[in-house]
Design a protein around this ligand. Structure first.
Ligand code: NAD
Ligand code: DAU
Length: 341
């Protein structure tokens, strides 16, 4: 990429990865300004950004990525040099309960952003996911050349966005880079995802709902390592290329749940096996050698340390997740878990 970066538009920056990424960018690139565009859906939370409120290099804007006029206005007024697209509906179980919004935001919204990036001729990083590859058998790893076989409406919508982004490179010559990362964990993750849900439930002495036999495997990466990967893709990624990120931390869900219970000094009696997720991917594992080689990126956070720090964060920030879990969250919980019993 030839254009020097001074201002970056981050979308979805009030969400889990977006918020952690904005913090990392402000820390690591002291001469950059960040415009943070987020619709503040149920998953977006300004409480996750309170420490940035008075930072003159961070500007939060509430709005939809599908609003072309707003996006065009932000790019031109702030002279945006690059777009990092993290805005999305991100939870697989919600996509099973209601797929429509996933297509609207993840596919149509991304396409609007791509059009505006093209109009302004700025670099576009599409933050995609390893779920585009579908499910692995007991051996092997996903490389960037693995077939795309998404299982859920969520992962199918992310696959569509990922491919549309790459099509803008081939058809229009837009400067596009795509990243595909494995499961993130860390502070500020919405307590609908496995790790924060299990921590919050255990802290409230509620049952820990394990889907199926709990032997599904995920490859866990600390959110700061993913954020460092996105920054590396932005600065060093080759246009039109895809980069996998993963941390070589493959563990069955049951192992993760048991580790969390140990860290919280709670017993296995809290575990409750519930009906499996439809279309549940059995195993993800990432070959990140291309990112290691071409982006000079490597994960830095050892899993045991990252997990224990994450548990501490949820212990110390009880107000953050208790507020998030009140209100409409309860309707979702009843809908998703009520039927699994
Ligand atoms: P999240 O659900 O925590 O955050 C998503 C954010 O996007 C929220 O703040 C939400 O308000 C915002 N948003 C939703 N629709 C929007 C719209 N139309 N316009 C503007 N903002 C909108 O998700 P996350 O876990 O932080 O994931 C961020 C991105 O990274 C997603 O694109 C996801 O697919 C991808 N990803 C996530 C993981 C993971 O493990 N969490 C792994 C790989 C890739
Ligand atoms: O791999 C990257 C993807 O990781 C991201 O693209 C998604 O945005 C992110 O949500 C995540 O998807 P998963 O479906 O893998 O994450 P989730 O935390 O929902 O579930 C992790 C595993 O835990 C999965 O096998 C399902 C299981 N699970 C999950 C929940 C919420 C349970 O057993 N019980 C639960 O209550």
């Amino acid at each position: 990429m030839s254009r020097p970066i001074r201002c970056v538009l981050v979308t979805g920056g009030a969400g889990f990865i977006g918020g952690n990424l904005v913090r990392l960018l402000l820390r690591e690139r002291p001469d950059w300004t960040i415009i943070n565009l987020d619709k503040l859906t149920y998953a977006g939370n300004l409480e996750s950004l309170v420490d940035l409120k008075d930072n003159p290099r961070h500007q939060f804007v509430r709005g939809d990525i599908a609003n072309a006029e707003l996006v065009e206005h932000l790019i031109s007024t702030h002279k945006v040099d690059a777009i990092l697209n993290l805005a999305a509906e991100s939870h697989v179980d919600r996509s099973i309960l209601g797929p429509g919004i996933f297509v609207e935001t993840n596919v149509a919204g991304t396409q609007v952003l791509l059009d505006e990036a093209r109009r302004a001729n700025v670099r576009f990083v599409q933050v995609s996911t390893d779920e585009v590859y579908g499910s692995l058998g007991p051996t092997g790893k996903f490389t960037e050349l693995s077939p795309l076989e998404p299982s859920s409406p969520y992962s199918a919508s992310k696959t569509a966005a990922d491919l549309i982004a790459l099509s803008y490179r081939r058809t229009f010559g837009l400067d596009v880079v795509v990243t595909r990362c494995s499961n993130n964990y860390g502070p500020y993750q919405f307590p609908e995802k496995l790790i924060p849900l299990m921590i919050a439930n255990a802290l409230e002495s509620k049952k820990l709902p394990v889907y199926g036999d709990g032997q599904q495997i995920r490859d866990w990466i600390h959110v700061d390592d993913h954020a460092r990967g996105i920054l590396a893709a932005l600065e060093k990624g080759k246009s039109g290329e895809v980069y996998n990120f993963g941390s070589e931390n493959e563990h069955p869900n049951l192992f993760i749940v048991r580790e969390l219970l140990k860290l919280l000094s709670r017993g296995d009696d809290l575990i409750e096996y519930v009906k499996d997720r439809p279309g549940h991917d059995r195993r993800y594992a990432i070959d990140a050698s291309k990112a290691r080689r071409e982006l000079e990126w490597a994960p830095q956070v050892p899993f045991a340390q990252g997990l224990s720090r994450t548990v501490d964060w949820y212990r110390e920030n009880r107000g953050w997740w208790e507020r998030v879990r009140s209100g409409v969250y309860r309707n979702y919980y009843a809908q998703n878990y009520g039927a699994r019993g």
